[in-house]
Unconditional design. Structure first.
Length: 108
C-alpha cells in the first residue's frame, strides 16, 4: 500500500526485440480490454484513466515508450488521496501481466 500525495506505483520493463510501434499497439489493445479510458495518445506516451471504485476515486495511468522500454505508472486521480490500499500496484501489475502474456520478449 503506497502512501504519498497522490499515492502511486510505477514499473519499467524491457521489451527487447519489439519495435516501438508494436509496443504502442499492444498497449492500446490492453487498455481497451481493461476499459481504461484513453485521454491522450502519441507515439511515445499514452495517458489513460480507470473508473471510480469503492476503494478509490479512480486512477491516472501514464505509459511511456522509450526505444524498447515500457514505463507504466498508476497514480490516484484525487491529488489529496494519500492511501491507495494497493490499487495502483494492482493496476500496474494487472497491466504488465496481460501485456507480457501476449508479448514474450518482456523482461523486468
Amino acid at each position: 500500500m503506497a502512501f504519498g500525495f497522490p499515492a502511486y506505483h510505477q514499473e519499467t520493463v524491457s521489451c527487447r526485440g519489439m519495435e516501438p510501434s508494436a509496443i504502442h499497439d499492444a498497449v492500446v489493445k490492453r487498455l481497451i480490454e481493461f476499459k481504461w479510458g484513453i485521454r491522450f495518445e502519441s507515439a511515445t506516451e499514452i495517458l489513460a484513466s480507470s473508473s471510480l471504485s469503492l476503494s478509490s476515486w479512480g486512477e491516472k495511468i501514464e505509459i511511456r515508450i522509450s526505444g524498447d522500454s515500457l514505463f507504466v505508472k498508476s497514480s490516484c486521480a484525487m491529488p489529496t488521496q494519500c492511501l491507495d490500499w494497493g490499487k495502483n500496484k494492482k493496476n500496474v501489475f494487472k497491466f504488465l501481466s496481460a501485456f507480457t502474456q501476449q508479448n514474450s520478449a518482456i523482461e523486468p
